[in-house]
Design a protein around this ligand. Structure first.
Ligand code: IMP
Ligand code: MG
Length: 183
């Protein structure tokens, strides 16, 4: 059998959150969701592409009835700095009026994306809105925004893996790593 411990990607400087730590925290978040929602149905809105791995793992930790929709925004292109206002590229397909909406994202950074999305969702009159992010770079906020559930608070470093990309690469790493600065 091949080892399950993957070698560190050469473009990654260090591991910030290991695969085991992610797995354990995702299980805890699943239990917190159960406590918050009881037996209610949850309408999950995952923000693509970054939230795709987190969503897949977290949803398997809850046994509630779940409806899943995905939306897409863009603001990064291939830079490591957000430029300007995020744009909604792909909107909702499910009706969320009167539903318990749970928004999932990979990382809360400046707060622009999630404040735009939550205000858009609020306008559609859901029964409730909660936001759960895997990572929170608290020190980077440009607009005030707090998530209801946070996997890990991390320092102001550009990270990749477990859904997070740089120029669409590295999403498939099974850990969160700090990208090595280009020399
Ligand atoms: P915000 O609007 O600045 O909060 O940006 C949120 C989005 O920026 C996230 O959903 C990510 O797609 C992206 N992002 C922010 N920080 C990082 C990072 O360190 N690595 C990869 N993507 C990031
Ligand atoms: Mg994203």
């Amino acid at each position: 059998m091949a080892s399950t411990t993957a070698a560190l990607h050469p473009d990654v400087e260090s591991i910030l959150v290991s695969e085991a730590a992610i797995r354990q925290r995702v299980q805890e978040l699943g239990r917190e969701l159960k406590r918050l929602y009881g037996d209610d149905e949850i309408t999950v809105i995952a923000i693509m592409n970054g939230a795709i791995l987190f969503t897949a793992d977290l949803l398997r930790q809850v046994d509630n009835a779940v409806r899943l929709d995905c939306i897409r925004t863009s603001s990064y292109g291939s830079a490591t700095e957000s430029h300007g206002t995020p744009k909604m590229v792909h909107g909702l397909t499910l009706d969320i009026t009167g539903r318990h909406v749970l928004i999932l994202d990979d990382i809360l950074d400046t707060g622009k994306t999630l404040s735009l999305i939550t205000s858009m969702i609020r306008g559609l009159n859901p029964a409730s809105i909660r936001v759960c992010v895997l990572l929170d770079k608290k020190g980077r906020r440009q607009v005030p925004f707090e998530a209801d559930l946070v996997g890990f608070e991390i320092p102001d470093k550009f990270v990749v893996g477990y859904g997070l990309d740089f120029a669409e690469r590295y999403r498939n790493l099974n850990y969160i790593g700090v990208l090595r600065p280009k020399t």
